[in-house]
Design a binder for this molecule. Structure first.
Ligand SMILES: C[S@@+](CC[C@H](N)C(=O)[O-])C[C@H]1O[C@@H](n2cnc3c(N)ncnc32)[C@H](O)[C@@H]1O
Length: 366
């Protein structure tokens, strides 16, 4: 097993930064929406790298500690489980976890020393407790621990968001190896046909195909974030059945990557530099945003998207944020094609009756 004797590289720091941004926001949202919360760090490591830079367990515990007052006031019990299979690393992890003195009235913090595949019996009862929310961080080496069976079981758990690491580069390189063939995520042809910088995006398509053919699977979010580590592409995949979960992750991702919300490198070869003007004086726009705006506009004008709620869901499904969707509404209104100025498209609308998008006469004539 690899040791944590090295310094975290830039790619690892991006992964951990995304975890911090996402979970920092998600935990507060969970506290406001659910009566109990479970967090499982399935591949926790010892807690830090050689130079003391915090790894996932410390990041998660810091966030729990910062919100302990809120958890206490809202009386939301929180279970946090930290697992590490390697005994030496587990001993360090245990010391780290015990150094946090979270109030026992609210927090139940546990450590486990098990291989991931054997973790389920000890945590399933927490994950499946009715009404609760959970988050699992699955920082596997390689790709093979998140099998189709495990993925589908996690998808079926209510209000369970999970995020896992995938060595997409290795999958592409060793696709013909029996372990990768067994996983059955993508075919060799699919992998060979794609550009190396898009391999992790393609992996997410493979996981989407694993979604069960139930109503749950039909509206489920599988969102990739590609990470360059040294010169290879790997990444995180975030999974949630709730648009709010997806939006929370996307907000973190767009903070990490303001151009596409999707990578720590120029994934679409946009070659945009901050503040750079185009030939005609406007700011350069990433291809992804350009395509999103065009598609949302077309769908609104041709009547495929009829309500604000549908526009919100389309925005999130495309990996964009409500503010990007709102821009499309503003420009359509300014072009005289919409009857109403829309000030917000947001998650809260999903609780209301469908709000129709009203097109103008000008739109009909055009
Ligand atoms: C990528 S590292 C995790 C790093 C950690 N999340 C952090 O932020 O520092 C993967 C960890 O999983 C452990 N590990 C490897 N195989 C495992 C398994 N089957 N079950 C649980 N832990 C495992 C390794 O010892 C290693 O510490």
């Amino acid at each position: 097993m690899k040791e944590h004797h090295e310094r975290f590289d830039k790619g690892t720091l991006t992964k951990l930064s995304l975890l911090r941004r996402y979970f920092g926001a998600a935990f507060n949202i969970f506290l406001n929406r659910f009566p109990r919360i479970t967090i499982v760090d399935c591949f926790a490591g010892p807690g830090s790298d050689r130079e003391g830079q915090p790894g996932s367990p410390k990041i998660l515990l810091d966030i729990l500690q910062a919100s302990q007052e809120a958890a206490f006031q809202k009386r939301v019990p929180v279970v946090a489980v930290f697992n590490e299979a390697n005994s030496k690393k587990y001993q360090k992890l245990k010391i780290l976890v015990e150094s946090f003195h979270l109030p026992k009235s609210c927090f139940q913090v546990e450590t486990r020393n098990k291989p991931f595949a054997e973790l389920a019996p000890g945590v399933n009862s927490y994950l499946k407790e009715k009404g609760g929310a959970s988050f699992l961080f699955i920082d596997q080496f390689g790709v093979k621990e998140v099998t189709r069976v495990i993925f589908q079981k996690l998808v079926e758990i209510q209000a369970c968001d999970f995020m896992f690491f995938v060595s997409s580069f290795h999958y592409r390189r060793f696709i013909k190896h029996s372990t990768f063939q067994e996983l059955g995520l993508l075919t060799s042809e699919e992998v060979e046909d794609i550009k190396p910088q898009h391999v992790h995006r393609k992996m997410a398509e493979g996981y989407r195909r694993w979604l069960p053919k139930t109503s749950r699977g039909s509206r489920y979010y599988v969102i990739p974030f590609s990470i360059k580590k040294n010169s290879s592409i790997h990444g995180l995949v975030f999974c949630s059945g709730d648009p709010m979960g997806a939006e929370t992750f996307l907000k973190a991702a767009w903070k990490e990557d303001p151009e596409t919300g999707e990578a720590n490198y120029d994934i679409d070869n946009d070659q945009i530099r901050e503040g750079q003007l185009t030939l005609f004086g406007g700011m350069q726009k990433p291809k992804k945003l350009d395509m999103f705006e065009q598609e949302l506009k077309d769908r609104i004008l041709n009547g495929e998207i009829k309500t604000l709620q549908e526009a919100y869901l389309f925005t999130i499904e495309t990996g964009c944020l409500p503010k990007h969707g709102k821009q499309v509404f503003t420009s359509l209104f300014e072009m005289g094609k919409l009857a109403d100025r829309i000030t917000q498209i947001e998650y809260g609308l999903l609780k209301e009756k469908p709000i129709p998008i009203r097109l103008t006469e000008k739109h009909v004539k055009d």
